[in-house]
Design a protein around this ligand. Structure first.
Ligand code: PMP
Length: 460
């Protein structure tokens, strides 16, 4: 059989998938009796599976990526033209789309200066960790090498990223981990102990970071790596006062602030970047998913000129960043990213994310009146979470099977939603919503009606 004579019959494709594809994130035993789901087409917010069923995708490609929605011919055409002309060149050389997208991106990030290309969120974060380590060796005699990460945050799937990962449930079977990564407490106000709330809690949560720095020794800590809003760990929006203190603490101890914008970047929260919502001034920013909305693989590790210039001194063998990303040289990524950014601008999608995102949050809050099981609603822009509890006073979490059943019920209704990683008590119980930034109020109504029906059916 040649590739072009392959059987296109849907049942043959399902069988090929069942026989040979190892799907992400799922136990495969059920596939012995249930067909794997195969998505074949998408337009706007909607996708169709191989059986012809239509779904409203409320999570932008399962993992909050397709910010501008499906079926953007303009991006595909630009990528096709660029690949025909010049598909790939890596190493020390640049490319035209690489230069153009870097300039456009920096224009949206006042204070930042340099774009380092890679392919996935994990890889961009790994680059940032390596930069911090090299700075420690070059400028601090190897001392300032520790990287602080926050409980519940996630930075990627590699062993170094898991070492910086605050979701214990993802790490359980993959140790031993890389030394030099140290956890700081999360900032989930809803579950704050001893009645702390508001700005006082925000400052307290940030002060807890300072306590870790003092315990470890400030001269050993090189960077603090945080998501602007904790995404998969529970849609944890930082409390007021938090970021101001974090910024002060980093300045006080000469610690680089690395913001992981892999989820929040490119409009998800209603600003170009999540950190801009809080007036933060980072030293390093990593991004991936929304950079090209999944039309091509691209990630960026963006730094200030100050960080970049720390690699300029050529007096020793550490005179440049000794790193490469082979596919950082593929021109499909920056070409798609240029069109993606133009679409966000021309269609005012930041504004839509803010406006329709507020409607999403209001609608989820309205569901709280009908469903006592919704204990808390959090989020910003078109990025929201609804935490489910058995009792609003005790805040005991709804069990993971029930959360899974709610997600499955929505799926049966033709609405794809998400939920936080199952299996950690207290954190396995948040429904997630991140539709494409083109979402309308009607789409939000359809999503919330499906969720309401699912909660009633599963929990009564
Ligand atoms: N950072 C965050 C905040 C993420 O949510 C993710 C992926 N969900 C990553 C990094 C890793 O990105 P990737 O899967 O592209 O490696």
């Amino acid at each position: 059989m040649t590739l072009h004579s392959m059987n296109n019959d849907p049942s043959a494709i399902v069988e090929a998938d069942r026989a040979h594809v190892w799907h992400h994130l799922i136990q495969h035993k059920p596939f012995e009796t249930v067909d794997p789901r195969i998505i074949v087409e998408g337009r706007g917010l909607r996708v169709w599976d191989i059986k012809g069923k239509e779904h409203l995708d409320a999570v932008s490609g399962a993992v909050w990526t397709v910010n501008v929605g499906y079926g953007r011919k303009r991006i595909a055409d630009a990528v096709a033209a660029q690949l025909t002309k010049m598909c790939f060149f890596a190493g020390a050389s640049g490319t035209i789309p690489g230069a153009q997208f870097a300039e456009a991106l920096i224009d949206k990030m006042p204070g930042m200066s340099r774009v380092y290309y890679a392919n996935s969120g994990s890889e961009a974060n790994e680059k940032a960790f390596k930069m911090v380590r090299q700075i420690a060796h070059k400028h601090h005699g190897g001392k300032k090498h520790k990287i602080l990460y926050r409980e519940r945050d996630y930075h990627g799937t590699t062993i170094a990223n898991l070492s910086a990962g605050g979701q214990a449930e993802r790490n359980a079977h993959y140790g031993p981990f890389v030394p030099g990564f140290v956890a700081v407490p999360h900032c989930l106000e809803y579950r704050a102990q001893d009645g702390w709330s508001g700005e006082a809690y925000g400052e307290r949560a940030a002060n807890a970071i300072e306590e870790v720095i003092l315990r470890e020794g400030p001269d050993t800590v090189g960077a603090l790596c945080l998501e602007p809003i904790t995404a998969g760990g529970g849609i944890i929006t930082p409390p007021r006062g938090y970021w101001e203190r974090v910024q002060e603490i980093c300045a006080k101890y000469d610690i680089l602030l690395h913001i992981d914008e892999v989820v929040c970047g490119l409009g998800r929260t209603g600003a170009w970047f999540g950190y801009q919502q809080y007036g933060v001034k980072p030293d390093i920013v990593t991004m991936a998913k929304g950079v090209a909305s999944g039309y091509a693989a691209i990630s960026c590790c963006v730094t200030t000129e100050k960080v970049f210039s720390m690699f300029k001194d050529d007096s020793d063998h550490l005179g440049y960043f000794r790193d490469i990303s082979t596919f950082g040289g593929c021109t499909a990524g920056p070409t798609a990213a240029i069109e993606n950014m133009a679409i966000i601008e021309e269609e005012n999608l930041l504004e839509n994310s803010t406006r329709v995102g507020a409607y999403l949050k209001d609608s989820l809050n309205a569901l709280m009146d009908r469903h006592p099981v919704i204990g808390d609603v959090r989020g910003l822009g078109l990025f929201a979470g609804a935490e489910l509890v058995t009792d609003r006073d005790t805040k005991d979490p709804v069990n993971e099977k029930q959360v899974g059943a709610i997600v499955a019920d929505c799926m049966a209704q033709g609405v794809i939603i998400g939920a936080t990683n199952r299996s950690v008590p207290g954190f396995n119980n948040t429904l997630l919503f991140a539709p494409a930034l083109i979402a309308t109020r009607d789409d939000i109504d359809q999503i919330c009606n499906a969720v309401s029906g699912a909660i009633t059916r599963v929990l009564g």
